[in-house]
Design a protein around this ligand. Structure first.
Ligand SMILES: [Zn+2]
Ligand SMILES: [Zn+2]
Ligand SMILES: [Zn+2]
Length: 490
């Protein structure tokens, strides 16, 4: 609409127009103008596909963002950069699955934390570097499964501790003296400790078979304060759910992914914050009684709609009187049942995203051939030539001047170019941390590889040999304890 160049989740050659957030959220266009009559000689998905080819789409799924242009799938965010799946975030960089955090970078699946770097599946931390399954900690680094600790370093399974190094207690003076003897602002020092941290996790830390805390009758992994949640992963404050992945505060949901806050009766839905009674709804916030919708907000009673805001009783983006809407909707559902279309999510053929551009590829990687044989789109990115770096990063952060912001860097792992932005430099200086040697993508992949996968394997408890199910494959040599051995040991 405004013709400025933008970054989008859509490839360049999509049939529909793509608007920047300012234009898309404005009243300068009317999505109802694309409304269509329903054609009963065609299937529902054929009807939907025709609408899909016309309606303008939001370049990146964002709502209520302030000075945060390059983020996706986020709302209520301010001054964030390359962050995805965030809600209530400020000064958050290169992170994903973030709820109520500020001044954090390179974090994954983190809630209510400040001034943190590389926290994974952690909550309520302050000034913590490289934590994993660690909550309520402060002024610490390299912690695995620690709760309510401060001033601890390279330790695992600690509870209510202070001044611990390598799981051993020290006096305040000894801890501080040792901690002052080196700095994580040296890249070599940081990387050496990172390798020790991996060793700690995989050889010495006790890994709980399923990380389920303050729950009743739950099964899966990384579930907190929930009741009757089954076969689900990364869930907080939820009740009566099954097959749900990465959600906060759900009730009565099934097959729901990345929905948060006050969600109820969601089925086969993705990214519907504060959504109720949704079926096959995709990234639609504050909605009620919507089915087969994409990017519709603050709306209710919609069926097969795209990009609507503050609308009601609409079908294929056309508004009807309530009675007529209900009759037509019933007829369409009946037809969908006959055609075998109703009750499942949109078919992959309707996805405008190439498989290798989606988060599905990160969790379930496929080769090009595998993806194409399953009918998924694939993006063959044109061969790119990366520039040589204009500066060799010094080992110490202190040797880096503000001039770094104009330099082109080369990732030590994949050789792609990357850069340092002003806000992240400020954060590294605040945390006394070395600058990253890898590009944001490689850092993301490294975090993802460390996080528990969304599946369980049958294996034995490393202590009592009881049969358990855990997110660690049987061949993994990690110390995996059943619930009772874990509780006894800790
Ligand atoms: Zn625009
Ligand atoms: Zn890289
Ligand atoms: Zn056991």
């Amino acid at each position: 609409m405004c013709a400025r160049s933008l970054v989008s989740i859509y490839p360049e050659k999509v049939p529909f127009p793509v608007y920047c957030a300012d234009c898309w959220w404005s009243d300068r266009w009317n999505p109802l103008a694309y409304g269509r009559e329903y054609d009963f000689s065609k299937t529902f998905f054929q009807n939907y596909a025709e609408l899909q080819n016309l309606v303008p789409r939001l370049a990146l799924y964002v709502k209520n963002v302030h000075n945060a242009e390059f983020n996706n799938h986020s709302e209520q965010i301010k001054e964030c950069y390359l962050t995805v799946d965030a809600i209530s975030a400020e000064n958050v960089y290169y992170s994903n699955l973030i709820d109520s955090c500020s001044d954090v970078a390179d974090c994954m699946n983190v809630q209510r934390s400040q001034l943190c770097y590389e926290n994974l599946q952690s909550r309520d931390n302050y000034n913590c570097i490289q934590t994993f399954l660690t909550d309520n900690c402060r002024d610490s680094a390299f912690l695995y499964d620690c709760k309510d600790c401060s001033d601890c370093f390279m330790s695992s399974n600690l509870r209510h501790k202070r001044y611990y190094i390598f799981n051993r207690p020290y006096t305040k003076e000894a801890y501080e003296e040792w901690r002052a003897s080196f700095s994580l602002s040296s890249a070599a020092v940081y990387e050496a400790y990172y390798q020790q941290f991996l060793d700690l996790i995989h050889t010495r830390a006790i890994r709980k078979a399923q990380n389920i805390t303050q729950c009743e009758n739950c099964f899966g992994d990384f579930i907190e304060k929930s009741k009757n949640v089954h076969d689900s992963y990364s869930i907080v404050g939820s009740e009566d759910c099954r097959y749900c992945y990465i959600n906060w505060y759900l009730k009565d949901c099934y097959d729901t992914t990345e929905s948060a806050y006050d969600c109820e009766l969601q089925y086969e839905s993705h990214g519907c914050n504060r959504g109720k009674r949704t079926v096959a709804a995709h990234v639609s916030y504050d909605v009620d009684a919507v089915q087969y919708v994409d990017s519709c907000h603050n709306s209710s009673d919609l069926f097969g709609c795209i990009s609507l805001r503050r609308s009601r009783y609409a079908l294929l983006n056309k508004v009807y009187p309530e009675e007529e809407y209900r009759e037509l909707r019933a007829r369409i559902i009946q037809k969908m049942r006959e055609d075998g279309e109703y009750g499942e999510f949109f078919p992959t053929a309707l996805s405008p995203y190439p498989y290798n551009d989606t988060v599905a590829h990160a969790y379930y990687p496929l080769t090009r051939e595998e993806a194409v044989s399953r009918g998924y789109a694939w993006s063959d990115s044109p061969e790119r030539h990366y520039l040589p770096q204009t500066l060799t990063l010094p080992d110490q952060l202190e040797s880096v001047s503000d001039g770094i912001l104009n330099e082109i860097l080369v990732c030590s792992e994949c050789a792609k170019n990357y850069k340092i932005i002003e806000q992240e430099l400020k954060l590294y200086r605040q945390l006394h941390l070395s600058l990253p040697r890898r590009c944001a993508d490689c850092r993301y992949k490294r975090r993802l590889a460390l996080c528990n996968p969304h599946r369980l394997w049958a294996r034995q408890c490393s202590m009592c040999r009881a049969e358990i199910q855990a997110p660690y494959p049987p061949q993994a040599t990690d110390l995996v304890y059943c619930e009772s051995c874990y509780q006894q040991t800790l």
